[in-house]
Ligand binder design. Structure first.
Ligand SMILES: *Cc1c(COP(=O)(O)O)cnc(C)c1O
Length: 390
């Protein structure tokens, strides 16, 4: 028998979350962001559930090839544009839309030989200071692009640094919306501003410019993490608040049970000492599976976990292939624990309970994005086509 660890991707949940993003985006079209192999879920695995999106956004040319190989004929946007001039040949061949965020990318385009002009999105650095033209340089870049025979349409794009919260006491997106609106007011072209957090929190509320201008959702939103069943502004809100469903379950089983007398320690470094006699379950999951080692660091710091659907927590350090969980609350609930008992590290238990990935991320001092993307290649992933029970 293979090691009992297993990840499952939930189809119906992906479809549900896409609908939620669509509803939050109003009339705007929705790009399903599938970078990083669909946030660790696998592009081929999520494609069937997300093909109802209006387009896919990603940043790796090989991933764009995979989408075209799935026979996706609709829009694909390269979020970082081209990395070198010859990437433009792939854009022409696969009909990819691409972001233009720097002078060099305009230069490459101006020398590119193509029969079909490209659709591009010109990116503004409205305050994130990562990619894009500053507002004062935006119009000149737009004019240069617009004049190129290699360019068909120029869309306008920016990205928020603080859509999930506040910035210096103000709503996190306010300063960037102001910069974007001021610098693009009289420019034509499709607009896209919102990631998941901005879509769920702000898209239909804040308006661009005057009352008659389109909502912040604009022409396209770029939904990533919300599709994958994580609250983009966790822990302020949870997936229940946004009516999102978990799309990935990481589950394993108990491979040993220890009766630990009071005063003995558990695992490497003896970071956890049993305060009383304890039943401890050993689970086939460790940091080599992508589970975060920081999820359990000391006596009172253990991430939540479900054993046979009952919530308990980690005890002692996470090691490479194993971790330990406290079985006391489970058995106190009248649920006996034996070898082979189901353990859910995040996601949906076969017993009907849910452990949101956001709670595990918070216990590990990180975000759900990192956990999803880190599931190791040695963990087999399967897709479940059944409707999730809620
Ligand atoms: C990753 C990414 C998104 C999606 O962000 P989420 O927070 O996952 O919704 C949107 N836009 C850009 C430019 C991105 O790189």
């Amino acid at each position: 028998m293979p090691r009992p660890i297993q990840a499952t991707v939930h189809f119906a949940a992906l479809r549900h979350n896409l609908q939620r993003c669509r509803a939050a985006a109003g009339a705007a079209r929705v790009w399903a962001v599938v970078k990083a192999n669909a946030y660790g879920h696998g592009i081929e695995r999520v494609f069937g559930a997300l093909r109802g999106a209006d387009g896919f956004a990603l940043l790796d040319l090989a991933e764009a090839e995979r989408l075209r190989a799935l026979d996706w004929r609709g829009p694909i946007l390269l979020l970082e544009g081209c990395f070198e001039p010859r990437d433009l040949e792939v854009c022409s061949r696969l009909n990819l839309w691409h972001v233009v965020h720097c002078e060099e990318q305009i230069e490459w385009l101006s020398r590119h030989k193509t029969h079909t002009p490209h659709k591009v999105f010109l990116k503004m650095n409205s305050g994130m200071n990562r990619l894009g033209f500053r507002p004062a340089a935006f119009r000149a870049a737009w004019a240069r692009l617009q004049a190129l025979p290699q360019v068909d349409e120029v869309g306008l794009m920016t990205h928020f640094s603080d859509a999930d919260g506040q910035r210096f006491g103000r709503e996190g997106i306010a300063h960037q919306v102001e910069a974007f609106v001021a610098a693009t007011a009289d420019l034509p072209g499709e607009r896209t501003l919102c990631n998941s957090a901005a879509t769920l929190r702000h898209a239909l509320r804040v308006r661009l410019g005057d009352e008659h201008a389109p909502a912040l959702a604009a022409d396209w939103v770029r939904a990533g993490i919300a599709l994958y069943g994580s609250a983009p502004d966790a822990p302020a809100h949870d997936i229940g608040h946004w009516d999102l469903q978990p799309t990935m379950t990481l589950a394993s089983r108990l491979i040993a049970i220890q009766d630990v007398p009071a005063g003995e320690s558990i695992g490497y470094g003896s970071t956890f000492v049993a305060p009383q006699r304890m039943r401890v379950g050993i689970v086939a999951c460790g940091y080599a599976d992508g589970y975060p080692r920081h999820a359990s660091l000391g006596q009172d710091h253990g991430a939540p976990v479900l054993v046979r659907g009952v919530r308990t927590r980690l005890v002692g350090r996470v090691s490479m292939d194993m971790l330990a969980v406290d079985l006391t609350p489970v058995e106190a609930n009248g649920v006996p624990c034996q070898l082979g008992a189901e353990v859910v590290l995040w996601g949906r238990s076969a017993y009907g309970t849910v452990l949101p990935i956001d709670e595990v991320a918070q216990a590990a001092g990180t975000i759900a994005y990192e956990l999803m993307c880190a599931v190791a290649p040695r963990v087999p992933i399967t897709a479940d086509e059944e409707a999730p029970h809620r």
